[in-house]
Design a protein around this ligand. Structure first.
Ligand code: PPY
Length: 310
């Protein structure tokens, strides 16, 4: 019997991360294994207990998901092999019979809370926020029969119905059209094919904190016509004021211009963590700038070789 791919995800059932994995598995078979946190899923992946893990990486309202960016920045290397964008809608749910006006504390994931704060201020001012490991964990807590520190949950509609909760308000996100981007992470050794519509993710550690230091990193992309799609700084956690940069950019490690940019970064950075090249979910082909095609780079390399007589 062929081995079954084991996909971990931030669970339990009913999380937005599970929705991303279900979207992925429409075209990829496998077994789905829930984990209580992003860290525990990625650690299980590092220990080879699962083959890949679906985790949230950024959303259109709150920006980067620090737990994921930090877990990818240290520890044994992992690589992104795919991405899934999920439209997010939140409901406020509680045990049957709980009047909305009586809600005193709301349990949810920090990223969900950040996206409904405006609605909460306007509709339940004074309600306390109780952080939970995921939106679905907040819903599960209410139906568990165990006393919770909150009396309502912000979660996906499916999590409310899975747990027999009553929806007190729908579509409570502050921004219509909010989208979260999830990535499927695996161990190095799996390099998805180049499609011409790819992204690459890296984590860059600066050698020196000095004037123009960040510019020195960014110009490695600019001079090779590479467009960045996400740039975030994260503390290295070594000392106050010391940062590393998490960057997504268009292109695949097999593209000549990307290879040259990575070599430039390797020269000027203290450390370059390659976090994978993978197809864009939207399939939008990279717009290759003039004079940065594979042929342009190969031509220049052949010319140098001829000067060197090799
Ligand atoms: O808690 C969840 O359901 C998650 O999958 C994490 C999350 C939370 C809020 C928005 C997007 C993802």
């Amino acid at each position: 019997m062929a081995d079954v791919t084991r996909y971990g995800y931030l669970g339990p059932e009913g999380t937005f991360t599970q929705m991303a994995l279900l979207a992925w598995s429409a075209s990829h078979d496998g077994e789905h294994v829930p984990f209580g946190s992003v860290d525990s899923a990625l650690e299980a992946l590092r220990r080879s207990e699962i083959d890949a893990a679906m985790v949230p990486i950024e959303n259109s309202v709150e920006g980067g998901v620090s737990a994921t960016l930090d877990a990818l920045a240290s520890g044994d290397p992992l690589v992104v092999i795919g991405e899934v964008n999920v439209p997010i809608t939140f409901v406020l749910a509680a045990r049957a019979g709980m009047p909305r006006a009586d809600v005193r504390a709301v349990g949810t994931h920090s990223h969900a809370w950040a996206q409904v704060r405006g609605w909460m201020d306007a509709n339940l001012p004074g309600a306390a926020y109780v952080p939970t490991l995921s939106t679905a964990a907040a819903a599960a807590g209410l139906s568990s029969g165990v006393e919770q520190a909150y009396d309502a949950a912000v979660c996906a509609p499916v999590a409310a119905s899975n747990h027999g909760l009553e929806v007190l308000a729908s579509d409570i996100g502050d921004r219509a059209g909010a989208v979260t981007r999830f990535v499927l992470v695996s161990r190095p050794g799996t390099l998805p094919e180049r499609t011409g519509a790819d992204k690459t993710t890296v984590m860059l550690f600066q050698r020196h904190n000095r004037a123009g230091g960040l510019l020195e990193l960014l110009e490695q992309f600019a001079v090779r016509g590479i467009n960045m799609t996400r740039l975030e700084s994260r503390p290295t956690k070594g000392s106050l004021g010391s940062y590393c940069f998490s960057i997504d950019f268009e292109g695949h490690v097999l593209d000549e211009r990307v290879g040259e940019a990575l070599m430039g970064l390797k020269r000027v950075c203290a450390e370059v963590r390659f976090l994978g090249s993978y197809p864009r979910e939207d399939g939008a082909a990279v717009d290759v700038a003039p004079l940065t095609t594979d042929a342009d780079f190969a031509g220049a390399r052949d010319w140098l070789r001829s000067l060197r007589g090799s």
